[in-house]
Design a protein around this ligand. Structure first.
Ligand code: NAG
Ligand code: NAG
Ligand code: NAG
Length: 289
């Protein structure tokens, strides 16, 4: 009798512990990976912005590009700040903000976009990704719906788009959380920056229209064409530039990569663009608050 009672409580405890574990895992996974909806990329309604899909869009060779790939059809204050800082530091550059979602006339006049329209070098455009990729090495990949099937739809779309844009037009690409403190015009013509001793990052890239820029732009877009992976987060972004540079430079050692080793393509130290490791961000915020 006693033995049986002990057995029952143990079983009950195991069941309760199991339930709690299940709940914790459920809450954690649904919180850390919200389902990403990118169906807006394929919408053709309510499009107030000019299209960047065809050759009527012809950016200057002094252009900075941003991509907005979430479906908010708006900009957060932080994103607006990044765009404004780039526009202020580069008066003679065109600052292109490319939306993957439709932006309506109403949004244009009510949202954070309105504040940025006072800068005459900022241009908003809409891209329809399938059309935007036509005639490029990733046309079939995009058309096949690969970006609908990845685990990180928004970031993988953003990964593909930055390389695609630099392949199509050449110029500078910046993430929407990069605040420009000094003009980038004094840097080399073609560059990326390391984020660690093992990886080159893709939050800020410059592939110009010269031979070096064209060759890295072609190599990176071909790398995506052949090796795109929907199941690995960093594979299509930092992974692409790091793998391509390992082939292009005369060293596999990321810390040694520089114009001298990489045929004129400059690789800056983490201090230039990534002074804070993303893994440390929480600690620093905690210390600051
Ligand atoms: C856009 O975002 C800003 C800042 O978050 C907000 O104040 C504004 O209401 C939004 N506008 C629209 C049209 O969603
Ligand atoms: C991706 O999914 C959306 C629906 O969410 C669909 O409208 C669109 O056609 C799909 N795109 C491709 C290229 O298959
Ligand atoms: C890369 O080069 C640096 C500097 O010479 C050296 O300290 C480091 O050990 C090298 N790393 C590898 C993986 O060889």
């Amino acid at each position: 009798m006693l033995l049986q009672k002990g057995y029952v409580t143990t079983r009950r405890r195991i069941i309760i512990a199991g339930l709690i574990l299940f709940l914790v895992l459920y809450v954690f996974t649904s919180w850390s990976e919200p389902a990403e909806d990118i169906s807006c990329h394929y919408l053709e309604v309510d499009d107030a912005l000019p299209s960047a899909d065809d050759y009527s869009f012809s950016p200057s060779d002094k252009s900075i590009f941003f991509h907005e790939t979430s479906c908010t059809a708006n900009l957060t204050s932080r994103q607006s700040c990044a765009i404004e800082s780039a526009a202020r530091a580069h008066r003679y550059f065109e600052i292109h903000v490319l939306f993957s979602s439709p932006v309506s006339e109403a949004t244009l006049h009510e949202s954070n976009l309105k504040e940025l329209t006072i800068f005459d070098n900022i241009r908003f455009s809409r891209i329809h990704i399938v059309k935007y990729a036509e005639g490029t090495p990733v046309a079939d990949l995009v058309k096949s719906g690969a970006l609908n099937r990845t685990q990180w739809k928004i970031s993988h779309t953003s990964d593909v788009l930055r390389f695609l844009t630099l392949y199509k037009w050449g110029g500078i690409y910046l993430d929407l959380d990069v605040v420009v403190a000094r003009t980038l015009d004094h840097l080399a013509k073609n560059w990326a920056a390391r984020e660690s001793n093992t990886a080159v990052a893709t939050g800020a890239l410059a592939f110009s229209r010269d031979e070096i820029g064209r060759s890295i732009a072609t190599a990176t877009i071909r790398e995506i064409q052949t090796n795109f992976r929907g199941d690995k987060w960093g594979y299509n972004g930092p992974g692409v530039i790091t793998r391509v540079l390992k082939k292009m430079c005369t060293t596999n050692n990321v810390t040694l990569m520089s114009a001298a080793y990489c045929g004129g393509f400059e690789v800056y130290k983490p201090e230039f663009f990534y002074p804070i490791k993303w893994q440390q961000e929480r600690n620093i915020l905690r210390r600051a608050s």
